[in-house]
Design a protein around this ligand. Structure first.
Ligand SMILES: C[S@@+](CC[C@H](N)C(=O)[O-])C[C@H]1O[C@@H](n2cnc3c(N)ncnc32)[C@H](O)[C@@H]1O
Length: 302
């Protein structure tokens, strides 16, 4: 939000209204079983070490005024985030590094399509030992909390249920997208998602063949992940050069000159109907997603 220059956002005070105007349209086009996942980074108020409440205001107003349900709040913890703002964190040392984004999972009904078994995570070391030798490490009993931990607890279900704290470093530096951006002389998008973030929600909340829309697509990480997972996708992006460069997420050109030519055609004012020579598979996407179990995952399309 404070990066007005980069994103062309309106003033903080107006930002919530602005965002809500999109939420109205999303609600109009979303299926009743669909979900809207909204990632919002935290922000400080201008010139003061006081946090903005905008992300909470957006959530509360979406639910109170527009009728959305908060299916669950998620928190994206990015340990590789740089300390900011420098004034409060590095210079005066009066605030901690803000490394968590709020990610609101919103839905039209109380029961949007969702299947947590599609995003199981690796078992803890202790659980792995238990699964190998349940007699030694485990005896069924009632927990002080009242949870009855039965023998079924020691069955291997292919992975553990993930929590709503998503630990995903944002460290991508040498993808195909960035390589081609360098080649044509444009900067990569400054606020790209790590692929695992959209991957988690796409796997969790959609099936193969479903449609995923990102209304602020940037470099179109969401669309590329959706494609790799066999979903249909739509991307809106207001900045033509971000949009043009996003084609490199799918591009399979062997010749550097052809990549430059493609970018020149995409960036042109009258660009339309351009077919991008597309990579058949995007193994780089699925390779990088080791956190999620692949037993339930789907093969890349194409
Ligand atoms: C945080 S970035 C998204 C980055 C993206 N998640 C990625 O992985 O590359 C937000 C994007 O929204 C775009 N944007 C801002 N206002 C928009 C609008 N009204 N319509 C479409 N895109 C918009 C900005 O140009 C910016 O690229």
């Amino acid at each position: 939000m404070q990066r007005k220059k980069e994103y062309g956002n309106v003033d903080q005070d107006e930002y919530v209204d602005w965002l809500l105007s999109f939420a109205v349209e999303i609600r109009r086009v979303l299926k009743s079983t669909g979900s809207f996942v909204l990632d919002l980074g935290g922000a400080y108020r201008k010139g003061r070490p006081v946090r903005s409440l905008y992300n909470y205001r957006v959530l509360i107003r979406m639910c109170d005024e527009l009728g959305w349900n908060l299916a669950e709040e998620f928190f994206w913890f990015n340990p590789s985030k740089l300390p900011s703002p420098i004034e409060w964190v590095n210079k005066r040392k009066i605030r901690a590094k803000d490394a968590v984004n709020t990610v609101w999972w919103l839905s039209k009904t109380a029961f949007p399509k969702a299947d947590i078994t599609k995003v199981l995570v690796s078992y803890s070391e202790r659980m792995k030992l238990l699964l190998q030798n349940s007699d030694r490490y485990y005896s069924p009993k009632k927990r002080p909390s009242g949870h009855n931990i039965s023998r079924r607890f020691s069955e291997d279900k292919g992975g553990a249920i993930p929590s709503n704290l998503l630990l995903i470093p944002n460290t991508e530096s040498n993808s195909r997208y960035l390589r081609y951006c360098r080649l044509v002389g444009v900067a990569g998008h400054p606020a790209r998602f790590p692929e695992k973030l959209p991957e988690f929600f796409i796997r969790f909340l959609t099936d193969v063949g479903d449609t995923v829309l990102d209304i602020f697509a940037g470099s179109n990480t969401t669309g590329a992940v959706a494609e790799a997972l066999g979903r249909r996708w739509i991307a809106f992006e207001i900045n033509r050069s971000y949009l043009a460069a996003s084609a490199f997420r799918f591009y399979d050109g062997a010749q550097d000159d052809a990549a430059k030519d493609l970018y020149a055609r995409l960036i042109a004012e009258d660009a339309k109907g351009i077919v991008i020579p597309q990579a058949k598979t995007q193994p780089y996407l699925l390779e990088g997603t080791g956190e999620y179990k692949t037993a339930h995952s789907h093969k890349a399309a194409g």
